[in-house]
Design a protein around this ligand. Sequence first.
Ligand code: ADP
Ligand code: ADP
Ligand code: MG
Length: 666
Amino acid sequence: MFSKILIANRGEIAVRIIKTARRMGIATVVVYSEADADSLAAEMADETVFIGPAPAAQSYLVADKIIAACRETGAQAVHPGFGFLSEKAEFAQRCADEGIVFIGPNPHAIEAMGDKIESKKFAAAAGVSCVPGHIGEIQDVAHAVRISEEIGYPVMLKASAGGGGKGIRVAWGRKDVEEGFPAVRAEAKGAFGDDRIFIEKFIESPRHIEIQVLGDKHGHVVHLFERECSIQRRNQKVIEEAPSPLLDEATRAAMGAQAVALAQAVGYDSAGTVEFVAGQDKSFYFLEMNTRLQVEHPVTELITGLDLVEQMIRVAAGEPLGFEQKDLKINGWSIESRIYAEDPYRKFLPSIGRLVRYDPPVEGAADGYVVRNDAGVREGDEISMFYDPMISKLATWAPTRGAAIAGMGRALEDFHIEGLNHNVPFLAAVMDQERFKSGQLATSYIADEFPDGFAGLEPTPFQADVMTAAATYMHRTLAARARRVGNGLSGPLSRTEWVVAVGKAKRPVKLSDLEDGLTVELPGEERTLRLSTIDWRPGLPLFRGELDGAAFTVAVEPAGEGFVIRHRAAKARVLVLTPLSAELHDRLPEKKKADTSRLVISPMPGLVVSMDAAAGQTMREGEVVCVIEAMKMQNIIRAEREGVVKAVNAKAGDSVAADEVLVEFA
Ligand code: ADP
Ligand code: ADP
Ligand code: MG
């Protein structure tokens, strides 16, 4: 076994690898860029080596620097994590030439499988069923249009070197190909340093199901069952689970056998993933093989009890697999949510910044479920524009799918982040959807269920009760305190009759104190709520309690005379009013929102790649106004309505801030 390994990665995956190495008694070296000098991974590692500026092309992607760091520290092996150098055959070969063990598959397997065009050729030859398309490189826009028309729309333009949902565009017609081809090519060049593009048929509304395989250097290959990753946005996985609610034993065995056969055919000797798109009828087609550890590997670990990083290290060191296929079993169910720094309320645009507060749910066994949170950040850290905008991966395990989903809902309630926008409310919305709970998944799920984007949800009756109870308790506590410290608020504490406004809905309530909480009588509804087991004091951003015995956590922010309370996807302004002020409140005029429909506003901080609008020009609805690059993604900003351009305030090459006015219409 190795005594020291180097981790050629950053963030949560570097932390994840350190944890396993440490458990195995292996010392770790972490390389870091300027942006990561103070990172958690660098802090946890036994040794660190600085490898240059923040852009990955000048640090994490420079093989020479990684090799030099191994030499300098005497690391015997390199774990590449995912992304960066993990799927570069040249790098794996280079390690072998230098006498350093690459903790991943052999270079031949990466070469054959790591590239989408090559792997399709290989899989087709090995008899694996593939998505129909043009297995070859596309030269230019004209070529792209010709091939797309041969295949028949809709088609998918894909970067051969792509990964993580980047470098992919669906085209429904010629215009999409003409526009998308240059964009996808630029994105591929920027993100992967390789601009080869191919085209395949776009399968509408499929499911994404992938098989985890594991091989050793002695010719053994097993599969560790499937993961379903159908909940995606822009072809990027958002929620994953294992096993898949679609598969039956026979389909699972058939997919597993194909994946193992493919892995065996390339002499696969590490952890890898064979991805398929599957029809609702359980037909399946090979998509690609990822010759590395996958972001969503925790769900497989949670249902198999195996540590995939440990297995990768063991097989890299030459150990044979310690088990056979028949020894492996699925135990329970696991769900993973990717917590991203993005604003779900504003088209999921990246939201970089500092984690002013970062308080994830406690890991380990909770009430009927288990929580695991893989993160590479701490409170105070920055999510920068240089790398993936993922904050953490939150996973739950339980004996059944229903309990794992319920656990995820609760774990998301307990996740507190301030300083940047995040997708926790959106993830919670999905956990609460009947369609998700029933397992009717498809890669179009988010587009189907949120066709107009995400605007949060109205409180359900239970949520309105939770907000009412929490607000009355907080109001009472704050009033009692104000009275004690003698600043203002002299109203009678003994008042028991109030009106609680949750958003626009008002309800009279009658309060009485309990030893461990409060009862809230709802005279209009002839019901009484019982709030107990309260964990909150003034200043805390999370309020935990039980309502009629059901545990909940809400996020609270003071807002004027009241609070803004969020429970999962529902957020409302909540006021606790006296009956008289409630009446006055009804007569206050509503504030009007400013009209911003004539403005094109930068939805995120980024770089203007092109400005396609000019003053005086008439633009049609949907016409491209400009292209902004942020987080390595090219975002096309389109005119929301027809109009004449009055002013253009940015040009190509400019850096723009979020909310900056780019273009004004007359
Ligand atoms: P898939 O590629 O099938 O979507 P994943 O969801 O596991 O599989 O995505 C992993 C991909 O995402 C990597 O290949 C890489 O392109 C990108 N990626 C994810 N995390 C990182 C990271 N920390 N650093 C660099 N790239 C990353
Ligand atoms: P990446 O390397 O970025 O993961 P993939 O080829 O795995 O690229 O595709 C990412 C996602 O895009 C898949 O999970 C699937 O949802 C969708 N997808 C890819 N190819 C197709 C296709 N031909 N038809 C329909 N959806 C597809
Ligand atoms: Mg993929």
